[in-house]
Design a protein around this ligand. Structure first.
Ligand SMILES: Nc1nc2c(ncn2[C@@H]2O[C@H](COP(=O)(O)OP(=O)(O)OP(=O)(O)O)[C@@H](O)[C@H]2O)c(=O)[nH]1
Length: 208
């Protein structure tokens, strides 16, 4: 596939409560803000980056992403704290209807671009390509979506009062990609997310 023809979307509008209410998106991970590691991890696969967050987060995240290889656009929701479904929807509304985007979270600093590349490949002809990890869970915040279909699914989920990002995925024609398949393309550390200071310290010790 041609590299660098897609959008990346990082949702970062959560409150980081398990992290102690200081924004994990910009937490220092071995000298680099966590969201910068996420962005750098997907650089080869995208040609622009969208960040969905609250307005008051923009300044710190903009600093964390200074000098990034691609244009960065912030998409702030009018009503914060409406959950990741609303965040994903807001971000995907900012891109073209038929475009594919890789959607991820601000707390996945070990993202492997080769796995992202494979998800873009697997999404072709579908509404989405969503990994399923060994614990049997799908990973909707490490997945590729066709924007129009995912926006419609998010709208339907929100109208039904559904808050889990797994809910809109259930309504899509999604290629579910098992981790055994993804492991042949890259490291499944790509799915690790950092929710607590202890997890941050553990990842930091591994990569330093
Ligand atoms: N836009 C938006 N993003 C959210 C919202 N809640 C969570 N997210 C994002 O969704 C991703 C996964 O959420 P969590 O890991 O639970 O993050 P969190 O809500 O900040 O963390 P906790 O408060 O500890 O649960 C993270 O990238 C969050 O920033 C929200 O209300 N709005």
């Amino acid at each position: 596939m041609t590299r660098g023809e897609h959008t990346g979307l990082i949702v970062a509008g959560g409150r980081s409560r398990r992290f102690g209410n200081c924004d994990k998106a910009v937490a220092d991970l071995a000298g680099v803000p966590m969201i910068r590691r996420v962005a750098d991890g997907i650089t080869p696969m995208i040609d622009r980056l969208l960040v969905n967050c609250r307005a008051e987060q923009v300044s710190a995240i903009r600093s964390a992403l200074a000098g990034y290889d691609h244009p960065v656009q912030f998409v702030c929701e009018q009503t914060p704290d409406t959950g990741p479904v609303a965040g994903v929807k807001a971000g995907l509304c900012a891109i073209e209807d038929d475009a594919y985007a890789f959607v991820t979270a601000c707390d996945m600093p070990l993202i492997d671009s080769d796995i992202v590349a494979h998800l873009f490949d697997r999404g072709r002809g579908h509404d989405a390509a969503v990994p399923r990890t060994e614990d049997g869970r799908i990973q909707p915040l490490h997945a590729v979506y066709r924007s129009s279909e995912m926006v419609a699914a998010c709208n339907a989920a929100l109208a039904d009062g559904q808050r889990s990002i797994r809910d809109p995925v259930a309504a899509l024609d999604a290629a579910i990609v098992p981790s055994a398949e993804l492991r042949t393309y890259g490291s499944t550390s790509t799915f690790e997310n950092v929710n607590t200071p202890t997890a941050l310290q553990a990842v930091s010790e591994r990569i330093e």
